[in-house]
Design a protein around this ligand. Sequence first.
Ligand SMILES: Cc1cc2nc3c(=O)[nH]c(=O)nc-3n(C[C@H](O)[C@H](O)[C@H](O)COP(=O)(O)O)c2cc1C
Length: 156
Amino acid sequence: MKTLIACYSYSGRTLTVSQKLQGHINADLIRVEPVKDRWYMIKAVHAYLEKKWPIKPCTTDINDYDCLIVSCPIWASRTPPGVNQYLEELENTSGKKCAALVTMGGNGSQIATTQIRNTLEDKGMEFIDKLVIGKTAQESGGWEAMTQEFAEKFIE
Ligand SMILES: Cc1cc2nc3c(=O)[nH]c(=O)nc-3n(C[C@H](O)[C@H](O)[C@H](O)COP(=O)(O)O)c2cc1C
């Protein structure tokens, strides 16, 4: 399964997990990057309001791929605004598989994976699974085994 990992990572944790996953499944990985950075509170409020921020050019046409994994941190329980923009710009999604990978500073519930799932299913994609790496998994190192188990869903 030819897979693209589209990764937004502000402080590097999601990128570390995404690169580990990339190594397991031999996927392509691209970075989703907002055109400009904003203050912490603006980040949280805009994520909460489900706003979209302009992003730098990146692979949004996934015609060449069978599967897309969207990876990002949790902001205000939600997807960051740059990811919201990326999801909107995606093209040639119909019939493809998809998944979500998120990292978070706590261990609580979040709605970001539902946002990703709903948006991609509305674009005709089939959602496979989600991986949520919280504080405990990051601190214990358990995230590595979780990532390996998640990877098996993308290997044919
Ligand atoms: C603006 C902002 C809002 C955040 N909101 C949450 C939150 O609601 N819940 C949570 O568990 N962590 C929250 N975090 C922590 C990040 O999700 C966590 O540190 C994540 O692993 C960072 O990933 P990154 O290094 O790839 O950017 C927030 C971080 C930022 C910067």
